[in-house]
Design a protein around this ligand. Sequence first.
Ligand code: PRP
Ligand code: URA
Length: 212
Amino acid sequence: MKRFPTLTVSNHPLIRHKLTYIREKTTPKKVFKELVDEVATLLAYEITRSLPLRAVQVDTPLQKTTCHVIDSGNVVLVPLLRAGLGLVDGVLNLIPNCAVCHIGLYRDHDTHDPVTYYFKPMPQASDKFFIMVDPMLATGGSAIESANLLKENGAENIRFMCLVAAPEGVEAFAAAHPDVEIYAAALDEGLNDDAYILPGLGDAGDRLFGTR
Ligand code: PRP
Ligand code: URA
């Protein structure tokens, strides 16, 4: 019996290698972003494994045949601002035509509760395959609130991608959204008193945007 049934942690050597340098505090901002892009692309490969396919007819140079394509217009990437923006390019590398729907929220410094400041609902949400992206799943508050917003908008099919997850966040998110699978590059030890992930990678937004 898996401890966290909704969590998939990739143990691919490429992801583990790149995450090592993402964690390292001396990694320069430019390299940090490039590595985050690359890990996002690798995780996107995993998270899209169950995407529905549509049959299309193709003329090869030799004959007609039936092939399959993704309806990328039905895929919606949902970065949780701000740090989630850092994972967008890596996913767009694989699915350039997907829609991007932003959710703006930040953690209150004292309570650690999410404060939402932006959400523009998607039309026909029930037909879409949503991929929420945020580097960090700490207490789970931001991801839970984001999935709440998507579901209130009609979303029925949601996945969540992060780089580093804390057990506390995985547990809270799974309790609130047992239907939403989480794909992470690593499951870490836990949270410190400020609800930062240990060992983690620090403040993802600050490292991505140079604001520390
Ligand atoms: C970080 C991170 C997540 C959130 C995770 O964002 O990017 O959104 O914290 O913490 P939680 O699981 O406890 O909610 P932050 O609030 O620092 O905002 P930012 O992305 O604008 O830097
Ligand atoms: N947000 C971050 O950016 N890092 C953490 O460790 C926790 C929340």
